[in-house]
Ligand binder design. Structure first.
Ligand code: MTE
Length: 308
């Protein structure tokens, strides 16, 4: 992964939470459609009546502008500012996600069906990139388990493989990405079923901007950011550990599990601290990014240096 130093954000670029909250109040209030709003997105692509999640961090949210202009999306360029500039060519409608493999009921879900499958929640998660920066984002979505249980995994299903959309016409910079595309990722079945694993369709109460992985992506808050695959078109339940993009690129530096772990350094740099985008000082990185209570038991007895 290319490394760039996390930028300092000018105070003029920061939208205070009060302004953002007022904006959201204005959006829901001015539309006056409370009764209609249940889990349904509105025509203007704003979500209302989002369920609050028990997993929300109380830490301050990273400004919307930062979250949507400092991105990793190699299909649209390897610099942090390129996805926001070039991802407008991504066509997110029509869109479908195929769910197949070791399941009793394989199904293709249209994006509109995905938006209505389960009540949408706001999940304010810490998100830690392997490169040493972190953000706090109010994502919108629901647990990935909602969709997985509907296809009824068989007893042979042990892992879940994910695949991103790839189209060289819509993603002309993809050929310079330096990684194999389409982008692929994987989770063990219990990780995929963990309630923290979010099937994400939005952020800050809005649909996902293309550069953040529209129209549907994962967010796995206890793992390094690269596990959170964007613009998903295929989910396959499988019996063996599936290949993953960064592990294919450099197995020495990127393992399958990629749990946030301040005690296991990346071969080229320490993972002990991180810089929250916008902060001056670094802060200590927490084991499992602070989500140990929810996830540590899944790794009991495993040597996390070996399974990094
Ligand atoms: N998914 C795809 N398809 N392509 C990518 O390049 N980058 C990953 C992940 N998902 C990536 C991807 C990395 S390295 C990170 S840190 C996160 O997306 C960044 O998500 P964000 O831009 O919304 O912060």
């Amino acid at each position: 992964m290319l490394i760039q130093t996390a930028p300092r954000i000018r105070s003029s670029e920061i939208t205070p939470r009060s302004v953002y909250l007022n904006r959201r109040r204005f959006l829901s209030g001015s539309l006056g459609l409370g009764a209609l709003a249940a889990a349904a997105p509105l025509a203007e692509a704003k979500f209302t009546n989002l369920k609050e999640s028990p997993f929300n961090t109380k830490e301050s949210e990273t400004p919307y502008k930062v979250v949507t202009t400092y991105n990793n999306y190699y299909e649209f360029g390897t610099s942090k500012d390129q996805p926001a500039k070039y991802a407008n060519t991504l066509q997110t409608r029509p869109w479908a996600v195929q769910v197949e493999g070791e399941v009793a009921k394989p199904q293709t879900f249209d994006i509109d069906a995905i938006l209505k499958l389960a009540p949408l929640e706001e999940r304010i998660y810490r998100h830690r990139c392997v490169e040493g920066w972190s953000i706090v984002v109010p994502w919108v979505g629901y647990s990935l388990s909602e969709i997985l249980r509907r296809v009824e995994p068989t007893s042979k299903a042990k892992f879940v493989a994910f695949q991103s959309f790839y189209n060289s016409k819509q993603m002309p910079l993809g050929r310079y990405a330096g990684i194999q595309l389409p982008y692929v990722e994987g989770l063990r079945l219990d990780e995929a079923m963990n309630p923290l694993t979010l099937l994400c369709v939005g952020l800050y109460g809005d649909i996902l901007p293309n550069q953040n992985g529209a129209p549907v992506r994962l967010v796995i808050p206890w793992k390094y950011g690269f596990k959170s695959i964007k613009s998903i078109v295929k989910i396959k339940l499988v019996d063996k550990q599936p290949p993953t993009t960064w592990n294919l690129d450099n197995a020495h530096e990127y393992g399958f599990y990629s749990n946030v772990n301040p005690q296991v350094d990346h071969p080229r740099w320490s993972q002990a601290t991180e810089r929250r985008l916008g902060d001056f000082f670094k802060r200590p990185t927490l084991m499992f990014n602070g989500y140990g209570d929810q996830v540590a038991s899944m790794y009991a007895g495993m040597d996390l240096r070996k399974y990094f």
